[in-house]
Write a protein that binds this ligand. Structure first.
Ligand code: NDP
Length: 454
């Protein structure tokens, strides 16, 4: 029986994970990726193996699943499933986003909650890992329907969250509007004003720089990776995918730091602007995507020197830096090969799990600087943590103050990745994936060891 075996090797360990989580492909893949980095480290530190820390870490503290009943505009009763996966609260109250999307299932939320545990640990802030959401599809719903759904969802979720227990935030399908409805309902039901949800509006407890944090943080991290190699971001050609929140602010910060952004995309295709998407052109992208809710292809109407590539992703262009900032599984092995053939130096994941496992392996084999999502996009949750601190202290920090703290957090994450990710006899190559996994693991594992068998 796997359950009763002290696994000496990764095959035995993964056999147990697969047996306990049948059919949960995303979760199993996420565990495998971490286990591959962490297993050799555990072998050198038997106290973790003896206490079965990795087995405990791959089992969520608890999974909450509930019915969400709401009424649509025609008066029909609708039923969805709501979830919250409280993965690990060893180092702080649970923290992680809520996703409203028809594809939401337990495997995806367990994968995201597991990853969040490591990401939050890397930030150095006292935050445990969680994720939640519903298979509710917000697309095509009226504003009133969204409100009723959020209120129904929160009516059940409120039993399990709180500022010292679990602090949800947004994710796909849960933006400023949904956060406001969720927070409003929580406040009403509990008759208390606490920072139990982050991503709030500025007038009711939100933090400056939260919107920009993920994209900015990803660029700060990329800059540090290049500097570690005595190189710099200034003058580099950067290919970015996506044109949503993460992509826009990654582009903005890359421009500010002297890089040339040559691509952006959406689900219809990508634009290539060889002369660079400058500040003014980026404003056009923001206008198109955030205000007009139009397609990125319209960019070439304003800038005919650029080209639009329908149904394609931007990884075929010549770039020094690639930043996948759109969605999961958007960079495969053949695209990784094209990027390497074109001389890419660094790849930083702004999105969650955008790079396929075999593409990651290819980058590492070719000694490309590869920043995994749990390190590169941790700036978002870090500023959410800072929002919690401001709420508890009843203060609002200035833009500069939050930005400085964000920079310091990204620098600490980078230092820790270098510390545990150095490879080659002379330590000249940093495997950031390995570094992030081990650094994230240690803090959670040591806390679990200290607590004893709980
Ligand atoms: P948005 O919804 O703001 O933007 C998503 C972007 O990706 C849009 O440009 C969208 O295009 C594009 N996109 C969506 N699906 C596809 C697809 N199948 N193929 C190509 N492009 C696609 O999301 P965010 O920018 O907030 O998030 C992006 C990623 O970053 C997600 O993986 C998210 O989990 C992750 N992330 C976000 C954080 C944050 O703070 N926002 C924090 C940490 C991680 P279209 O307009 O056509 O839909």
């Amino acid at each position: 029986m796997y359950e009763d075996t002290y696994c000496e090797d990764i095959t035995c360990f993964m056999g147990g994970v697969e047996k306990r989580n049948p059919g949960e492909a995303e979760f199993i893949a996420a565990v495998r990726e971490v286990a591959e980095s962490v297993f050799p480290y555990i072998e050198e530190h038997p106290q973790y193996r003896k206490a079965r820390i990795l087995e405990r870490m791959t089992e969520p503290d608890r999974i909450i699943s509930f019915r969400v009943t709401w009424e649509d505009d025609e008066g029909n009763i609708r039923v969805n499933r709501g979830f919250r996966v409280q993965f690990n609260n060893s180092i702080g109250p649970y923290k992680g986003g809520l996703r409203f999307h028809p594809t939401v299932n337990l495997s995806i939320l367990k994968f995201l909650g597991f990853e969040q545990t490591f990401k939050n640990s890397l930030t150095g802030l006292p935050m445990g890992g969680a994720k939640g959401g519903s298979n509710f599809n917000p697309k095509g719903k009226s504003d009133r329907e969204i409100m009723r759904f959020c209120q129904a969802y929160m009516t059940e979720l409120q039993h399990y969250i709180g500022e010292n227990t679990d602090v949800p935030a947004g994710d796909i399908g849960v933006g400023a509007r949904e956060i406001s409805y969720l927070f409003g309902q929580y406040k009403r039901l509990r008759n208390e004003w606490t920072g139990t949800i982050t991503g709030k509006g500025l007038s009711y407890g939100g933090s400056l720089i939260r919107k920009e944090a993920t994209g900015y943080g990803c660029v700060y991290f990329t800059k540090l990776m290049l500097e570690e190699r005595q190189d710099s971001l200034a003058g580099k050609r950067v290919a970015i995918s996506g044109s949503g929140n993460v992509a826009i602010y990654a582009a903005k910060k890359a421009l500010e730091l002297g890089a040339t952004v040559v691509t952006m995309s959406d689900s219809s295709g990508f634009i290539y602007d060889e002369s660079g998407i400058n500040e003014e052109k980026l404003e056009t992208v923001i206008q198109l995507k955030e205000v007009e809710r139009a397609r990125i292809s319209k960019y070439v109407e304003s800038y005919p020197e650029a080209t639009f590539h329908e149904g394609q992703r931007p990884w075929s262009v010549k770039a020094d830096v690639a930043m996948p900032c759109a969605t999961q599984n958007e960079l495969n092995l053949s695209e990784a090969k094209a990027l390497v053939a074109n001389g890419v130096l660094a790849v930083a994941e702004g999105a969650n799990m955008p790079t396929d496992a075999d593409a990651v392996e290819y980058f590492l084999e070719h000694k490309i600087l590869f920043a995994p999502a749990k390190a590169a996009n941790a700036g978002g949750v870090a500023v959410s943590g800072l929002e919690q601190s401001q709420n508890s202290l009843r203060v609002s920090w200035s833009r500069e103050e939050v930005d400085d703290r964000l920079k310091a957090i990204m620098a600490d994450i980078h230092t820790n990745c270098v510390k545990y990710g150095k490879e080659d006899a002379d330590g000249s190559f940093v495997n950031y994936l390995k570094g992030a996994n081990i650094a994230g693991f240690i803090k959670v594992a040591d806390s679990m060891l200290a607590y004893g068998a709980v």
